[in-house]
Design a protein around this ligand. Structure first.
Ligand SMILES: O=C(O)CCC(=O)C(=O)O
Ligand SMILES: [Fe+2]
Length: 236
């Protein structure tokens, strides 16, 4: 039986992330994969640089999921490729609620939601950079004294946590994603991606979606980075 949007939304808000959902047009993902063979592990804002990326992020399955789960009035202010070639290192525990509103401290609460969409261009499995999430950590500090400073006010080497306590470790959920699927998560949730020990390149594309009426810190996004979502207009 198909799951209702209401059930998916409940999972997103309680656990912090959805199960994988399937893209409508997988050929857009293939086009992105072909174009990105030479990229570094991390490439910021490909939604500005690549027409193929704008096509992929406009997949109707994603725009519908965002409308149903997040609501309207969101902007895409940041995207990122995570291009994990064979041997690529783990990306440690972190969250991606890089700001709440302007320079305010980041709050773990859902009345000012920031969302991420992770698109699994290739499959993302246990041997090639699988994502793991700490269930519930988008609203719960879990006695970890998490750093509330927005990203631009933290030294870069303090973005990742050194590790998790056994109690928090017990809440970790491994999240393999089939090729051509995507998932939505609350940006404040703690997550990491594992090392790529396989022989194949693994590509993920992350989108950061936030309410468009917020103040976007200049250090994180300038006006040219920010597109209404769904992307109605495509920059020249
Ligand atoms: O794909 C990865 O390696 C990391 C993904 C991630 O951290 C994210 O999408 O926010
Ligand atoms: Fe992340």
């Amino acid at each position: 039986m198909p799951t209702s949007w209401q059930d998916i939304k409940r999972t997103l808000d309680e656990r912090g992330f959805t199960d994988p959902m399937t893209l409508r047009f997988p050929e857009a993902a293939d086009a992105v994969f072909e174009e990105t063979a030479k990229l570094a592990l991390y490439t910021r804002n490909p939604h500005i640089r690549f027409e193929t990326v704008r096509q992929l992020v406009s997949d109707p399955a994603i725009t519908e999921a965002v409308a149903q789960l997040c609501g309207s009035g969101f902007v895409l202010w940041r995207s990122a490729f995570f291009n994990k070639v064979p041997g690529a290192r783990e990306i440690g525990w972190h969250h991606d609620k890089h700001f709440s509103d302007g320079d305010d401290l980041v709050k773990l609460e859902m009345d000012l939601p920031h969302y991420s969409v992770f698109i699994s261009v290739t499959q993302t499995g246990s041997d090639n950079g699988m994502l793991e999430f700490v269930a519930g950590s988008h609203v719960d500090d879990l006695d970890m004294n998490r750093d509330p400073r927005p990203y631009h006010q933290r030294p870069p080497n303090e973005h990742n946590l050194p590790g998790l306590s056994p109690a928090v470790e017990a809440r970790v959920i491994a999240t393999p994603l089939p090729q051509y699927t995507f998932m939505v998560f609350h940006s404040a949730i703690l997550h990491r991606s594992l090392q790529n020990t396989s022989g194949d390149r693994r590509l993920g594309l992350a989108l950061r979606l936030s309410p468009g009426d917020l103040t976007f810190p200049e250090a994180q996004a300038t006006a040219k980075d920010i597109l209404p979502y769904p992307c109605a207009t495509v920059p020249a």
